[in-house]
Write a protein that binds this ligand. Structure first.
Ligand code: EPZ
Length: 421
């Protein structure tokens, strides 16, 4: 199993190319099920999660051609051979559950394994299922699988989510594109990934209005057609690399970076002492002269502070010159990086969904263990400033969502390498 070894203390300077967004790509890939014509995606990141969703699609009979080393994917669902997404694939990647809405809308039937809980929380799918029932599907849970059927097609309806779930919004929106009549989704997710999916579906002939607001209006159409869509910049990879020069010192230009994708996070970075400039190629983030200042943050749906950047922000707050309070409201168990940061000399008190982070002047390298994707990268970030060597094990979590993170950081001066055991 691979580990990442980081030696702290070198400032970072240079440019980092931000990849296409993992969470956008995963949803755009599943949209290919909705049409018998090819859907082409460009700027797809090369990640383990993309390989897993591709396996799910292939298992359904979708043909996939990968061009330009995987950056371009051409998918054809002309001959779907199955409407069942098996447990062995879905358990590896929760986002596989996003085939449910497209399969149901296209074939009138879908059997998809329940994804189960995961390290960051229970993550039920009740909101997804209620939405599909409102659209006229019958939904049954049997043998660990969701069996959904709408033999006479789905029907437009009004859905009001109790929580603006990203996945449920995307499943319901995708399904509603082929429903008869108009569907209105209230309290919909406004995440850039959700907007990107709406843009892709519209390019395929769907009629979706209101993407990026909390109300989506989807007028059903008889069929969708092929399209070519570019995957949006990964705002979470971008936020992660914004933290890196704050922790290590220096100045890094993030190619393809866009402030509008993480407005609240960018404000918090500035409050902590980052200098952020928009450049013709993206964003430049420089650590200001003073210390890292303590900043409180509470995770919220977009445009609030993203839960997927909370671990990285905590790594930075561990080095602030005061106490900050981080509140996690999206997932019930997303502070697993805290005990690992403590091993590096951090001072963090976790109580339920709150973490009180008392800044320490210096962290120390240690052997630490990645518990999930964002936790693993927070440990690498902490290692950039720690005295001595930090060894992060279980980095398969990292490879699910970051493309060559060690190469990108090494190119701007970090002392970091991957070691295969
Ligand atoms: C997406 O997960 C992202 N994943 C997550 O990114 C991200 O953390 C999350 O949105 C929030 O921004 C992908 O896009 C593939 P939700 P999703 O449905 O869709 C509860 C990463 O690190 N809920 O908005 O699963 C749920 O349990 C990952 O890249 C229900 O109760 O998020 C959670 O507490 C991790 N019932 C909250 O809502 C439901 O039916 C948010 O979930 C659905 C969700």
């Amino acid at each position: 199993m691979d580990s990442i070894v980081v030696k702290g203390g070198t400032p970072l300077n240079g440019q980092i190319q931000i990849a296409g967004a993992k969470n956008t790509s995963l949803k755009l890939i599943t949209a290919a099920i909705l049409t018998d014509e090819p859907l082409t995606l460009t700027n797809v990141p090369r990640l383990a999660d993309i390989r897993t969703i591709s396996d799910v699609m292939t298992s359904l009979g979708v043909e996939i051609a990968q061009l330009e080393g995987g950056r371009v994917m051409v998918m054809s669902a002309a001959n779907l051979t199955s409407h069942k997404a098996e447990y062995d694939l879905v358990r590896k990647l929760r986002a596989s559950f996003q085939v449910l809405g497209p399969l149901l809308a296209r074939t009138g039937e879908a059997v998809v394994s329940l994804p189960g809980g995961c390290a960051i929380g229970a993550r039920p799918v009740d909101i997804h299922l209620e939405a599909l029932e409102k659209l006229g599907a019958t939904v049954e849970l049997r043998d660990g699988y969701v069996h959904a059927a709408a033999p006479n097609g789905l029907k437009g309806c009004e859905i009001e989510f109790r929580f603006a779930s990203v996945g449920a919004t995307e499943n319901a929106m995708a399904a509603a594109t082929l429903a008869k009549g108009t569907t209105v989704i209230k309290n919909a997710a406004r995440e850039p990934d959700t907007v990107a999916l709406a843009d892709c579906l519209n390019a395929m002939g769907a009629q979706i209005e209101g993407a990026g607001t909390d109300t989506l209006t989807i007028t059903g159409v008889d069929r969708l057609h092929g399209a070519t869509q570019e995957v949006l910049t990964d705002r979470i990879e971008m936020g992660t690399f914004m933290v890196a020069p704050m922790i290590a010192g220096g100045s890094v230009e993030l190619l393809g970076g866009r402030l509008d994708l993480i407005p609240c996070f960018a404000d918090k970075m500035v409050a902590a002492g980052a200098i952020i400039e928009e450049t013709p190629l993206g964003l430049k983030v420089t650590k200001g002269d003073g210390p890292i200042l303590p900043v409180d943050a509470k995770t919220e749906p977009f445009p609030g502070f993203p839960t997927d950047l909370q671990a990285q922000f905590m790594a930075m707050m561990c080095l602030s010159n005061g106490t900050s309070v981080l509140e996690e409201t999206i997932f019930e168990n997303r502070f697993m990086h805290a005990p690992e940061l403590l091993r590096m000399g951090a001072n963090v008190e976790v109580q339920g969904g709150m973490a009180k982070v008392h800044g320490v002047g210096q962290m120390k390298g240690a052997q630490v263990m990645a518990t999930d994707l964002r936790a693993s990268v927070s440990l690498i970030l902490a290692g950039l400033a720690a005295e001595g060597e930090t060894i992060v094990s279980r980095v398969y979590h990292l490879d699910r969502g970051y493309e060559r993170v060690e190469e990108k950081l090494r190119a701007v001066g970090a002392q970091i390498e991957r070691v295969s055991a």
